[in-house]
Design a protein around this ligand. Sequence first.
Ligand SMILES: [Fe+2]
Ligand SMILES: [Fe+2]
Length: 164
Amino acid sequence: MSELAHPGTAGVRERILADHQALRVLLDRVGALAGKVVSDEAEAPEELRRLGLELGARFAQHLDFEDRWLGPALERSGAAGKEEAEGLRREHREQRLLLDYIVERLEDATRPKLVLGRDLQGFVQLVLEDMAHEERDLLSRIPADPGTLLPDEPSARGFAGVDT
Ligand SMILES: [Fe+2]
Ligand SMILES: [Fe+2]
């Protein structure tokens, strides 16, 4: 699906759940390797760096999609939805800051592998908890239809001020 194609509300839910599933597979790999690196069972700082950067890139794309479609859909689903949308905006802002920080450290080959491993362990945990929260508390607010909950066109700037 093109990033700009109107996904419809069912499409938004499906895409977010599919993203979460793919992220969980990658998070498992990153978490397992980070654990081995931290406990000194594996000497794999380059592999950990590569996997960490792949996770960062995929997660950033996921945030963009949610900002573009999930945020506006929540905003149109009533007063409680507006609050959830504000929470989503705040969480994504914090997650982007953390992601930038971790990616900067991953790109620095002089960083000790223990530091990278611990950074990634914390990040994996945070993303797992965040996805569970979104599936439990946010996606249930988005009805399977009607498309009226979504804007007809994505805004020129995304939900969290991200350039489109
Ligand atoms: Fe999110
Ligand atoms: Fe998500």
